[in-house]
Design a protein around this ligand. Structure first.
Ligand code: CA
Ligand code: CA
Ligand code: CA
Length: 396
Protein backbone atom coordinates (compact mmCIF):
# COMPACT_ATOMS: atom_id res chain seq x y z
CA UNK A 1 0.00 0.00 0.00
CA UNK A 2 1.32 3.35 -0.91
CA UNK A 3 1.50 5.57 2.08
CA UNK A 4 0.97 9.19 1.40
CA UNK A 5 1.85 11.52 4.15
CA UNK A 6 0.07 14.79 3.75
CA UNK A 7 2.56 17.51 4.33
CA UNK A 8 0.14 19.15 6.65
CA UNK A 9 1.33 16.59 9.14
CA UNK A 10 4.66 18.26 9.12
CA UNK A 11 3.26 21.64 9.74
CA UNK A 12 0.60 20.24 11.98
CA UNK A 13 -0.15 21.46 15.40
CA UNK A 14 0.97 18.01 16.35
CA UNK A 15 0.52 17.92 20.07
CA UNK A 16 -3.22 18.17 20.07
CA UNK A 17 -4.10 14.52 20.05
CA UNK A 18 -4.57 14.85 16.31
CA UNK A 19 -7.52 17.05 16.88
CA UNK A 20 -8.86 19.58 19.25
CA UNK A 21 -6.24 20.07 21.87
CA UNK A 22 -4.78 22.64 24.08
CA UNK A 23 -2.31 25.24 23.06
CA UNK A 24 -0.63 26.81 25.98
CA UNK A 25 2.53 28.25 24.50
CA UNK A 26 3.10 31.93 25.07
CA UNK A 27 1.53 34.38 22.68
CA UNK A 28 3.41 35.26 19.54
CA UNK A 29 4.69 33.05 16.80
CA UNK A 30 8.01 32.20 18.28
CA UNK A 31 9.77 31.83 21.55
CA UNK A 32 13.49 32.08 21.94
CA UNK A 33 14.87 30.43 25.01
CA UNK A 34 17.17 32.77 26.87
CA UNK A 35 20.62 31.40 27.45
CA UNK A 36 21.18 31.34 31.14
CA UNK A 37 24.46 31.86 32.91
CA UNK A 38 23.35 29.54 35.65
CA UNK A 39 25.21 26.49 34.43
CA UNK A 40 25.68 23.57 36.77
CA UNK A 41 27.89 21.92 34.17
CA UNK A 42 31.38 22.92 33.19
CA UNK A 43 30.39 23.57 29.61
CA UNK A 44 29.03 26.20 27.25
CA UNK A 45 26.22 26.48 24.77
CA UNK A 46 27.60 25.47 21.39
CA UNK A 47 25.09 24.88 18.58
CA UNK A 48 21.41 25.75 18.79
CA UNK A 49 18.17 26.50 17.01
CA UNK A 50 15.74 27.89 19.55
CA UNK A 51 13.26 29.66 17.29
CA UNK A 52 10.18 27.74 18.29
CA UNK A 53 6.96 28.13 16.38
CA UNK A 54 3.75 27.44 18.19
CA UNK A 55 2.52 23.96 17.52
CA UNK A 56 5.01 23.19 14.80
CA UNK A 57 7.22 20.18 14.87
CA UNK A 58 7.68 16.60 13.76
CA UNK A 59 6.08 13.57 15.36
CA UNK A 60 8.46 11.02 16.87
CA UNK A 61 6.98 7.55 17.21
CA UNK A 62 4.02 5.68 15.84
CA UNK A 63 0.94 7.70 15.01
CA UNK A 64 -2.26 6.95 13.20
CA UNK A 65 -3.39 9.59 10.80
CA UNK A 66 -6.55 9.17 8.74
CA UNK A 67 -6.47 5.42 9.42
CA UNK A 68 -2.92 5.02 8.20
CA UNK A 69 -0.11 4.20 10.63
CA UNK A 70 3.13 6.11 10.34
CA UNK A 71 6.29 5.43 12.28
CA UNK A 72 8.69 8.34 12.51
CA UNK A 73 12.25 8.79 13.61
CA UNK A 74 13.48 12.35 13.57
CA UNK A 75 16.98 13.78 13.61
CA UNK A 76 18.72 17.12 13.53
CA UNK A 77 22.22 17.49 12.14
CA UNK A 78 24.67 19.96 13.58
CA UNK A 79 28.35 20.83 13.36
CA UNK A 80 30.04 21.20 16.74
CA UNK A 81 32.56 23.94 17.34
CA UNK A 82 33.68 22.58 20.69
CA UNK A 83 35.84 19.47 20.99
CA UNK A 84 33.63 17.68 23.50
CA UNK A 85 29.85 17.29 23.39
CA UNK A 86 28.56 17.26 26.96
CA UNK A 87 24.75 17.28 26.73
CA UNK A 88 21.86 18.47 24.59
CA UNK A 89 18.46 19.99 25.12
CA UNK A 90 15.52 19.35 22.84
CA UNK A 91 12.12 20.99 22.68
CA UNK A 92 9.82 18.00 23.01
CA UNK A 93 6.40 17.15 24.36
CA UNK A 94 4.39 13.97 24.42
CA UNK A 95 1.03 13.16 23.01
CA UNK A 96 -1.52 12.12 25.63
CA UNK A 97 -1.44 8.60 24.16
CA UNK A 98 2.35 8.19 24.56
CA UNK A 99 3.18 5.25 26.82
CA UNK A 100 6.81 4.38 25.98
CA UNK A 101 10.02 6.17 26.93
CA UNK A 102 11.61 8.71 24.63
CA UNK A 103 15.02 7.74 23.28
CA UNK A 104 17.65 10.14 22.03
CA UNK A 105 20.90 9.13 20.36
CA UNK A 106 23.99 10.97 19.19
CA UNK A 107 25.55 9.73 15.95
CA UNK A 108 28.26 10.78 13.55
CA UNK A 109 26.53 8.92 10.74
CA UNK A 110 22.79 9.19 10.63
CA UNK A 111 22.39 5.47 9.96
CA UNK A 112 25.40 4.44 11.99
CA UNK A 113 26.14 3.38 15.54
CA UNK A 114 25.04 5.41 18.52
CA UNK A 115 27.85 7.35 20.17
CA UNK A 116 25.42 7.78 23.04
CA UNK A 117 21.86 6.61 23.63
CA UNK A 118 19.75 8.07 26.41
CA UNK A 119 16.33 6.87 27.47
CA UNK A 120 14.09 9.47 29.07
CA UNK A 121 11.07 8.36 31.06
CA UNK A 122 7.74 9.21 29.44
CA UNK A 123 6.72 10.95 32.65
CA UNK A 124 9.47 13.52 32.18
CA UNK A 125 7.57 15.14 29.32
CA UNK A 126 4.75 17.62 29.42
CA UNK A 127 1.56 16.30 27.85
CA UNK A 128 0.47 18.01 24.65
CA UNK A 129 2.84 20.85 25.00
CA UNK A 130 6.48 21.36 24.14
CA UNK A 131 9.11 22.06 26.75
CA UNK A 132 12.89 22.11 26.82
CA UNK A 133 14.19 18.79 28.07
CA UNK A 134 17.74 18.38 29.28
CA UNK A 135 19.43 15.20 28.07
CA UNK A 136 22.69 14.34 29.76
CA UNK A 137 25.15 11.63 28.72
CA UNK A 138 28.80 10.70 29.14
CA UNK A 139 30.82 13.38 27.41
CA UNK A 140 31.77 12.55 23.82
CA UNK A 141 34.93 13.68 22.05
CA UNK A 142 33.85 15.01 18.66
CA UNK A 143 35.66 16.42 15.65
CA UNK A 144 35.10 20.13 15.29
CA UNK A 145 33.71 20.90 11.86
CA UNK A 146 32.27 17.44 11.22
CA UNK A 147 28.54 16.76 11.04
CA UNK A 148 26.79 14.95 13.91
CA UNK A 149 23.16 14.02 14.51
CA UNK A 150 20.70 14.17 17.38
CA UNK A 151 18.33 11.28 16.65
CA UNK A 152 14.99 10.79 18.40
CA UNK A 153 12.84 7.65 18.46
CA UNK A 154 10.66 5.56 20.72
CA UNK A 155 9.23 2.05 20.87
CA UNK A 156 6.95 1.02 18.01
CA UNK A 157 3.70 0.83 19.94
CA UNK A 158 0.42 1.98 18.43
CA UNK A 159 -0.33 5.64 19.04
CA UNK A 160 2.84 6.08 21.07
CA UNK A 161 4.35 9.33 19.88
CA UNK A 162 6.00 12.52 20.91
CA UNK A 163 6.34 15.87 19.20
CA UNK A 164 9.69 17.56 18.63
CA UNK A 165 9.30 21.26 18.04
CA UNK A 166 10.76 22.61 14.84
CA UNK A 167 10.84 25.57 12.54
CA UNK A 168 10.60 25.63 8.73
CA UNK A 169 12.57 28.81 8.27
CA UNK A 170 16.10 27.45 8.34
CA UNK A 171 17.36 29.41 11.29
CA UNK A 172 20.22 26.96 11.78
CA UNK A 173 22.60 27.06 8.83
CA UNK A 174 24.95 24.17 9.69
CA UNK A 175 22.39 21.39 9.64
CA UNK A 176 18.79 20.45 9.08
CA UNK A 177 16.00 18.15 10.13
CA UNK A 178 16.04 14.54 8.94
CA UNK A 179 13.19 12.04 8.86
CA UNK A 180 12.90 8.29 8.57
CA UNK A 181 9.46 6.88 7.86
CA UNK A 182 8.67 3.28 8.81
CA UNK A 183 12.38 2.55 9.32
CA UNK A 184 13.04 3.58 5.73
CA UNK A 185 15.98 5.64 4.56
CA UNK A 186 16.65 8.97 6.15
CA UNK A 187 15.77 12.01 4.13
CA UNK A 188 16.40 15.68 4.67
CA UNK A 189 13.99 16.44 1.88
CA UNK A 190 11.72 18.47 4.07
CA UNK A 191 9.46 21.06 2.64
CA UNK A 192 8.02 24.35 3.48
CA UNK A 193 4.37 24.32 4.33
CA UNK A 194 3.47 25.59 0.85
CA UNK A 195 4.35 22.22 -0.67
CA UNK A 196 1.37 20.59 0.85
CA UNK A 197 0.55 18.21 -1.99
CA UNK A 198 3.97 16.67 -2.23
CA UNK A 199 4.06 13.02 -1.32
CA UNK A 200 7.77 13.02 -0.70
CA UNK A 201 7.69 10.56 2.11
CA UNK A 202 5.67 8.13 0.01
CA UNK A 203 8.57 7.93 -2.39
CA UNK A 204 11.17 7.58 0.34
CA UNK A 205 13.44 9.70 -1.74
CA UNK A 206 16.70 11.04 -0.53
CA UNK A 207 17.42 14.42 -1.97
CA UNK A 208 20.98 15.57 -2.17
CA UNK A 209 20.16 19.11 -3.08
CA UNK A 210 19.80 21.40 -0.13
CA UNK A 211 17.26 23.56 -1.90
CA UNK A 212 14.40 22.52 0.28
CA UNK A 213 16.07 21.63 3.49
CA UNK A 214 14.45 24.41 5.37
CA UNK A 215 13.34 22.65 8.53
CA UNK A 216 15.34 22.62 11.71
CA UNK A 217 14.36 20.98 14.96
CA UNK A 218 14.61 23.01 18.15
CA UNK A 219 17.80 21.94 19.90
CA UNK A 220 20.77 23.10 21.88
CA UNK A 221 24.12 21.38 22.21
CA UNK A 222 26.65 22.10 24.94
CA UNK A 223 30.37 21.52 24.80
CA UNK A 224 33.78 22.16 26.21
CA UNK A 225 37.40 21.76 25.25
CA UNK A 226 38.91 18.31 25.11
CA UNK A 227 41.21 17.61 28.06
CA UNK A 228 44.45 15.66 28.13
CA UNK A 229 44.53 12.39 30.08
CA UNK A 230 44.21 13.41 33.72
CA UNK A 231 46.53 10.80 35.19
CA UNK A 232 49.43 8.60 34.25
CA UNK A 233 50.64 6.06 36.78
CA UNK A 234 53.82 4.02 36.55
CA UNK A 235 54.42 0.93 38.63
CA UNK A 236 57.11 -1.73 38.64
CA UNK A 237 60.23 -2.83 40.49
CA UNK A 238 62.33 -0.11 42.14
CA UNK A 239 65.53 -2.04 41.65
CA UNK A 240 66.87 -4.94 39.71
CA UNK A 241 69.80 -6.60 38.04
CA UNK A 242 71.39 -5.14 34.97
CA UNK A 243 70.84 -7.40 32.02
CA UNK A 244 67.53 -8.76 33.29
CA UNK A 245 64.24 -7.84 31.66
CA UNK A 246 61.62 -6.09 33.81
CA UNK A 247 57.97 -5.33 33.23
CA UNK A 248 56.44 -1.99 34.14
CA UNK A 249 52.79 -1.10 34.19
CA UNK A 250 51.44 2.21 32.87
CA UNK A 251 47.85 3.41 33.31
CA UNK A 252 46.54 6.58 31.68
CA UNK A 253 42.95 7.71 31.99
CA UNK A 254 41.26 10.26 29.78
CA UNK A 255 38.25 12.38 30.80
CA UNK A 256 36.56 11.68 27.49
CA UNK A 257 37.49 7.99 27.53
CA UNK A 258 39.53 8.39 24.40
CA UNK A 259 42.19 5.84 23.56
CA UNK A 260 45.63 6.76 24.91
CA UNK A 261 49.19 6.29 23.77
CA UNK A 262 52.11 6.26 26.18
CA UNK A 263 55.61 7.54 25.44
CA UNK A 264 58.40 6.01 27.48
CA UNK A 265 61.99 7.19 27.85
CA UNK A 266 63.84 4.53 29.88
CA UNK A 267 66.64 6.89 30.81
CA UNK A 268 69.40 4.88 29.17
CA UNK A 269 69.34 6.46 25.71
CA UNK A 270 67.89 3.35 24.16
CA UNK A 271 64.44 3.05 22.65
CA UNK A 272 62.19 6.06 23.23
CA UNK A 273 58.85 5.64 21.54
CA UNK A 274 55.08 5.76 21.70
CA UNK A 275 53.33 2.58 22.81
CA UNK A 276 49.69 1.73 22.25
CA UNK A 277 47.02 2.83 21.73
CA UNK A 278 45.40 1.49 24.88
CA UNK A 279 41.93 2.05 26.26
CA UNK A 280 41.55 4.77 28.82
CA UNK A 281 42.24 3.19 32.22
CA UNK A 282 43.72 0.03 30.73
CA UNK A 283 46.92 -1.29 32.33
CA UNK A 284 49.67 -1.39 29.73
CA UNK A 285 52.61 -3.70 30.37
CA UNK A 286 55.86 -2.62 28.76
CA UNK A 287 59.18 -4.42 29.20
CA UNK A 288 62.71 -3.09 29.35
CA UNK A 289 66.23 -4.30 30.08
CA UNK A 290 68.97 -1.99 31.36
CA UNK A 291 72.33 -3.31 30.27
CA UNK A 292 74.44 -1.42 32.77
CA UNK A 293 74.50 -0.88 36.51
CA UNK A 294 73.16 2.51 37.53
CA UNK A 295 70.24 4.69 38.60
CA UNK A 296 67.74 5.41 35.87
CA UNK A 297 64.82 7.82 35.62
CA UNK A 298 61.94 6.47 33.59
CA UNK A 299 60.08 9.40 32.02
CA UNK A 300 56.67 8.86 30.51
CA UNK A 301 53.80 10.92 29.16
CA UNK A 302 50.43 10.03 27.68
CA UNK A 303 48.36 11.55 24.91
CA UNK A 304 44.74 11.01 23.95
CA UNK A 305 43.34 10.35 20.51
CA UNK A 306 42.96 14.09 20.01
CA UNK A 307 46.65 14.66 20.63
CA UNK A 308 46.39 16.29 24.06
CA UNK A 309 49.42 15.32 26.15
CA UNK A 310 50.02 15.00 29.88
CA UNK A 311 53.06 16.39 31.63
CA UNK A 312 56.02 14.07 32.11
CA UNK A 313 55.78 11.55 34.93
CA UNK A 314 58.97 10.08 36.41
CA UNK A 315 59.84 6.82 38.09
CA UNK A 316 63.29 5.99 39.47
CA UNK A 317 64.77 2.55 39.19
CA UNK A 318 68.15 1.30 40.34
CA UNK A 319 70.23 -1.52 38.90
CA UNK A 320 72.62 -2.15 41.80
CA UNK A 321 73.90 -5.48 40.60
CA UNK A 322 75.27 -6.77 37.39
CA UNK A 323 74.14 -9.98 35.88
CA UNK A 324 76.82 -12.46 36.85
CA UNK A 325 77.36 -16.17 36.50
CA UNK A 326 78.42 -16.24 40.13
CA UNK A 327 74.95 -15.24 41.18
CA UNK A 328 73.23 -18.02 43.03
CA UNK A 329 70.18 -17.45 40.91
CA UNK A 330 72.01 -18.27 37.72
CA UNK A 331 71.91 -21.54 36.03
CA UNK A 332 75.09 -22.78 34.49
CA UNK A 333 76.78 -25.87 33.34
CA UNK A 334 80.23 -27.22 33.65
CA UNK A 335 81.16 -29.78 31.21
CA UNK A 336 81.90 -30.24 27.57
CA UNK A 337 79.30 -28.78 25.30
CA UNK A 338 79.24 -29.36 21.59
CA UNK A 339 76.82 -26.62 20.78
CA UNK A 340 74.73 -24.21 22.66
CA UNK A 341 71.71 -22.53 21.19
CA UNK A 342 69.23 -20.12 22.68
CA UNK A 343 65.89 -20.31 21.00
CA UNK A 344 62.50 -19.04 21.98
CA UNK A 345 62.52 -19.36 25.72
CA UNK A 346 64.83 -22.27 26.13
CA UNK A 347 68.44 -23.26 25.79
CA UNK A 348 69.47 -26.42 24.04
CA UNK A 349 72.89 -27.93 24.11
CA UNK A 350 74.46 -31.23 23.28
CA UNK A 351 76.51 -32.62 26.06
CA UNK A 352 79.53 -34.69 25.24
CA UNK A 353 80.31 -35.36 28.81
CA UNK A 354 78.60 -33.23 31.40
CA UNK A 355 78.51 -33.83 35.05
CA UNK A 356 75.76 -31.88 36.60
CA UNK A 357 74.14 -31.33 39.88
CA UNK A 358 71.20 -29.21 40.57
CA UNK A 359 71.65 -27.79 44.00
CA UNK A 360 68.62 -27.70 46.14
CA UNK A 361 66.85 -30.23 44.03
CA UNK A 362 69.01 -33.22 44.80
CA UNK A 363 69.72 -34.03 41.21
CA UNK A 364 73.09 -35.00 39.97
CA UNK A 365 74.55 -37.30 37.40
CA UNK A 366 76.41 -37.56 34.14
CA UNK A 367 75.06 -36.92 30.70
CA UNK A 368 76.98 -38.19 27.77
CA UNK A 369 76.14 -37.46 24.21
CA UNK A 370 72.75 -36.24 25.16
CA UNK A 371 70.68 -33.36 24.10
CA UNK A 372 69.50 -31.26 26.99
CA UNK A 373 66.89 -28.55 26.94
CA UNK A 374 66.09 -26.31 29.86
CA UNK A 375 63.56 -23.58 30.20
CA UNK A 376 65.25 -20.23 30.20
CA UNK A 377 63.39 -19.32 33.37
CA UNK A 378 64.97 -22.23 35.15
CA UNK A 379 66.51 -21.26 38.46
CA UNK A 380 69.16 -23.45 40.02
CA UNK A 381 72.62 -24.46 38.98
CA UNK A 382 74.36 -27.26 37.20
CA UNK A 383 77.92 -28.02 38.19
CA UNK A 384 80.24 -30.37 36.39
CA UNK A 385 83.93 -30.57 35.75
CA UNK A 386 84.29 -27.95 33.11
CA UNK A 387 82.57 -24.63 32.75
CA UNK A 388 81.13 -24.45 29.32
CA UNK A 389 78.01 -22.37 29.33
CA UNK A 390 75.75 -20.12 31.26
CA UNK A 391 72.19 -21.10 30.79
CA UNK A 392 70.43 -17.81 30.66
CA UNK A 393 72.69 -15.98 28.38
CA UNK A 394 76.09 -15.85 27.05
CA UNK A 395 78.24 -18.88 26.38
CA UNK A 396 81.58 -18.54 28.13
CA1 CA B 1 27.73 15.01 29.93
CA1 CA C 1 19.04 24.39 8.69
CA1 CA D 1 40.78 13.73 25.97
Amino acid sequence: MKKILPICLIGLLILCGCGAGTQVLPEGSSETKPVTNCNMYDDDLDQYMTETLIGYGFPVGTMIFENVTFKFQVAQSFIPQREVLTRVQVYVGRNSSATQDFILAIRDNISGENLAEITVDVEEFVIENFSWVEIEFDDIAVTVGETYYIVAYTADVADNWYGWGGNPDNFYLDGCAWLSLDDGPWTNDSYSSENQKHDWLAQNQVQTSRVNDTWDMCFMTFGRDNLAPDSLEIDGPAEGVAGEEYTFSFIATDPENEGVEIYVDWGDNTTMQWHGPYNSGEEAFIKHTWDDIGDYVIKAKAKDASGHETDWVEYIVTMPRDKSPTSLQKTFVWGQIRFLRMRDNSITFRAVKVHYRIFGEGLSGVYKHQRLTFDNNYIGSLRTHWVCAIFDGTPV
